[in-house]
Design a protein around this ligand. Structure first.
Ligand code: DON
Length: 307
């Protein structure tokens, strides 16, 4: 099959989603995120042969929020392999990303690594193995996205820490069940720094290019995960990457994906490309309205997806 003209395709998608840009609400439970202008949109696509295409507000920098959870899991799998699954499950949660209820019933073992509780445990595991957890995460993004200047938006990280009560409650509950090993506030600070890593759209797509390329990052020329681990991670993204909207996203888009409350989403077509989209207006579940529309339109236009 001929390679599609990706640049024309994403330019067309950016035009098509214009009516959706600015719809929804920016996340305001983190006050520093409430300042962001919702009328922005950017999309980038990185193919497995290393070509990058982008459109819209390509220069805009935004925090990646929960999209970081896929990298936290990647780094934890690199260090723990299968033993990580003793501390976190692989099942969709069917609940909001910051829900506490299942944790009590299920003895402090979060359903999956992409809800907040699961990411906190994964972060705790990573914290035990890294001497400089924030520096290591930043170095990972810098190498894989090809920009040594990538950093943390400290204002957003501080705002998240100030309003940490729900995440802190989850971590303390897990500690009461013996499933949290380090100091809660220390791990929370690392977790919030991961969420507040600031990238532009092309950097975001490049950072996760290994997910569509059997675990190999062509930008830093390193095998990030084995092909098998990459397949497994994509499977989990497919079932749980968009929280309680994972089923709807699977139906409309048909790709493994991960969203964040900044309005960023990544999606993967194994063997073809990683795509990143960003638009800050969110639906009631916390996913980008224009971002989901753009990915659904992309899926409709292509003759292939994960299936
Ligand atoms: O911990 C939080 O609530 C945020 N830093 C991240 C949440 C998030 O992005 C969930 N995604 N939809």
């Amino acid at each position: 099959m001929d390679k599609p003209d990706y640049q024309s395709l994403i330019d067309l998608l950016a035009q098509g989603v214009q009516p959706y840009i600015g719809q929804g609400k920016v996340a305001d439970y983190i006050p520093a995120l409430a300042d962001v202008d919702a009328r922005q949109f950017a999309m980038a696509l990185v193919t497995t042969d290393g070509q990058c295409y982008s459109t819209g507000d390509e220069q805009a920098r935004f925090t990646i929020q929960s999209v970081s959870k896929a990298m936290t899991l990647t780094m934890a799998l690199q260090r723990y392999g299968e033993t990580l699954w003793q501390r976190v499950g692989k099942e969709p949660s069917g609940t909001a990303f910051n829900s506490l209820t299942q944790l009590e019933f299920e003895q402090g073992i979060p359903r999956n690594p992409f809800i907040n509780a699961g990411a906190l445990v994964t972060c705790d595991a990573l914290y035990s193995r890294l001497s400089a957890p924030v520096h290591s995460m930043l170095e990972t993004f810098r190498a894989q996205a090809g920009n040594p200047k990538i950093g943390v938006d400290v204002k957003v990280a501080a705002s998240e820490y100030e309003h940490r009560h729900r995440n802190a409650a989850m971590a303390h509950l897990m500690k009461s069940f013996g499933n949290f090993h380090n100091n809660v506030d220390d791990v929370l600070k690392a977790y919030f720094s991961y969420c507040a890593i600031e990238l532009n759209i092309v950097e975001l797509a490049k950072a996760y290019s290994y997910l569509s390329n059997q675990g190999y990052c062509q930008f830093c020329q390193r095998q990030i995960l084995s092909p098998r681990q990459t397949k497994q991670l994509n499977s989990l993204l497919f079932t749980s990457g968009l929280y309680d909207a994972a089923g709807d996203f699977a139906y409309r888009v048909g790709m493994p994906g991960k969203s964040g409350v900044s309005g960023a989403i990544i999606a993967v077509v194994p063997g073809r490309f990683t795509v990143a989209v960003w638009s800050p207006g969110l639906d009631s579940v916390g996913n980008s309205v224009a971002g989901i529309e753009a990915l659904a339109a992309l899926s409709d236009k292509l003759e292939f997806n994960a299936f």
